[in-house]
Design a protein around this ligand. Structure first.
Ligand SMILES: [Zn+2]
Length: 256
């Protein structure tokens, strides 16, 4: 399962930034998008799936929508996930989360749209007058991608209610966790199982015990019997590995 992650825009995109009267630093939209994208990627490392970024992860280079979509199509990704933050409130209050699919979108896109909307709202509590669970948008990255695709606008950069919240690390983490919960749910992603050193040693011990109980292979039976008769080996554990000290004793016995 390959998931393409697209943090919208880049640092230099004109106009795509928080409203100065609310955020004096005028945080760029790419910074917010990239932060969520990084967190989504980090969280997905715990699951059996692969992610691929189609933006420039440093935010320094503009990558066109054409290039982003072409990369996803070439890689035959199974989902295109575009991460954005919204504008259009002009310093007023209100806002919320909006997740788009293309008009006429397939069933999978709509299921992912629903799941991401529900889980991100549940995680962050961001609900506003612009929140909309099932919007359609004729957007380039949704229209031109050859796979299911969604585009999330995770709060408004020019809203007195949304902006102070979307700037926080905790909010970005909540959005990322909500997105990942949605993907795990929709695609039944399985967690990566990590094996500790102690577990590995226990597995190896069990494996060695199993090997030690195996009978000799038919092709080795005669040679093993002869070596045993000559005192080169005691003939036990024929399928086990020999240690260096065992090999030394066997060579010594053979020379005698
Ligand atoms: Zn955007």
């Amino acid at each position: 399962m390959l998931i393409c992650i697209d943090a919208g825009h880049y640092l230099g995109t004109p106009g795509k930034r928080c409203l100065k009267s609310i955020d004096p630093l005028e945080t760029r939209e790419w910074t917010l998008n990239g932060r969520v994208a990084d967190k989504v990627q980090a969280l997905l490392k715990n699951y059996i799936c692969t992610t691929m970024r189609v933006d420039d992860v440093t935010g320094g280079r503009e990558i066109t929508l054409y290039e982003r979509v072409a990369a996803a199509n070439r890689a035959k990704a199974e989902l295109y996930l575009s991460i954005h933050h919204n504008a259009g409130i002009g310093g007023g209050s209100g806002g919320g989360i909006v997740v788009y699919v293309c008009p006429g979108a397939d069933q999978t896109s709509r299921q992912v749209q629903q799941a991401i909307y529900q889980h991100t709202v549940a995680k962050t509590g961001l609900q506003g007058n612009r929140s909309n669970p099932t919007p359609e948008g004729d957007l380039y990255v949704l229209r031109e991608t050859a796979m299911p695709a969604v585009l999330g606008e995770f709060g408004f950069m020019d809203s007195t209610t949304d902006t102070p919240i979307i700037l926080t690390e905790a909010y970005a983490q909540g959005i990322a966790e909500g997105i990942v919960e949605a993907l795990v749910e929709r695609y039944q992603l399985r967690e990566v199982e990590t094996v500790t050193y102690e577990q590995w040693k226990a597995f190896m011990t069990r494996y060695q015990q199993e090997q030690a109980q195996l009978a000799p292979s038919a092709w080795a039976e005669m040679g093993l019997a002869q070596a045993k008769a000559r005192g080169i080996t005691d003939g036990t554990r024929p399928q086990s590995k020999a240690t260096r000290q065992e090999v030394a004793l066997m060579i010594n016995a053979a020379i005698k």
